[in-house]
Ligand binder design. Structure first.
Ligand code: DDQ
Ligand code: CA
Length: 273
């Protein structure tokens, strides 16, 4: 009948209009190149090494020659250490004054720079004997992470801000707020400068954020939950969070550990997306 024809015609027309609209919507929202960021990585363990389970790791770096430097926290237990990678043995230990809580650590011009928790005081140590050579004051809200590209210091204070700091006078020369999906990434903690990026442990997560030091763009997320989960499954119930990233630029090795972790891992990344 005629009514039937009209209904069929209307339905066909609606369908065509809907199709056109959908494809237009798709054109607008289909993934763009930028949506490939951030990249997501999981990890493979290439090697594991012993790590002092008494170390409440707050700063970690690799200094060549299978040698790591580590800053540890907790009141009355804070320290700076020179550690042998292969054995985990602490070769030189500098205990901090009882009132200081050791945090981020980095090596620049043969000197170790360290910041401390809940204070704006930092210390500089001689890399060989770990003797304290200087004390400084910084302008961050707190002292959490520290790293360097050998020109500036990168700092974190537990907020979403990545600081660029002049290593001569400790003035803040730049600041970037790190965001992901429009939200600030808070709790930026231990840092490492790796191949033009700043990597940051995000406190109380098993994730490392890969950040552009140019503008704070979040370039990627590294997912490391397996490490802590496997340690707990193996009976290490007292361990705290993942914390501590070190980079061997010569051999391109990435090391990670955690607070009170009995192991330190060399890892390799695999991109997931
Ligand atoms: N920070 O690394 C996130 C900057 C500080 C961690 C402070 C953890 C305090 C633990 C206190 C435990 C007392 C037994
Ligand atoms: Ca580090």
């Amino acid at each position: 009948s005629q009514a039937c024809l009209i209904v069929t015609g209307f339905l066909t027309l609606s369908f065509i209009v809907l199709l056109a609209l959908t494809s237009e919507v798709w054109d607008t929202y289909k993934p763009q190149q930028d949506d490939l960021f951030p990249r997501i990585y999981n990890i493979e363990v290439l090697n594991e090494f012993p790590h002092d389970p008494n170390a409440f790791t707050q700063g970690l770096l690799y200094a060549g020659n299978d040698t790591l430097y580590e800053s540890t926290g907790l009141l009355r237990k804070s320290s700076v250490r020179k550690v042998a990678l292969q054995t985990g043995k602490v070769e030189v230990l500098q205990k901090m004054d009882d009132s200081y809580f050791g945090e981020g650590l980095t090596l620049l011009d043969e000197r170790l720079f360290q910041v401390t928790w809940l204070k704006d005081t930092g210390f500089i140590y001689d890399r060989n004997n770990l003797s304290k050579v200087e004390k400084f004051t910084h302008q961050m809200k707190d002292g959490w992470g520290l790293a360097t590209d050998e020109k500036v210091l990168f700092g974190s204070d537990g907020s979403s801000t990545l600081y660029l700091i002049n290593p001569q006078n400790f003035k803040v020369i730049g600041k970037h707020i790190v965001t992901y999906n429009g939200r600030e990434v808070h709790n930026l903690n231990e840092l490492e400068y790796i191949n033009g990026e700043v990597w940051a442990n995000v406190w109380q997560t098993d994730c490392i954020a890969r950040i552009s030091p140019k503008d704070g763009t979040l370039l990627g997320w590294v997912l490391l939950h397996n490490l802590r989960e496997n340690l707990v499954r193996a009976g290490n119930n007292g361990i705290d969070v993942l914390n501590g990233i070190a980079w061997d630029s010569a051999k391109k090795r990435i090391f990670v550990t955690g607070k009170h972790w009995p192991k330190l891992y060399e890892i390799k990344l695999h991109q997931v997306n």
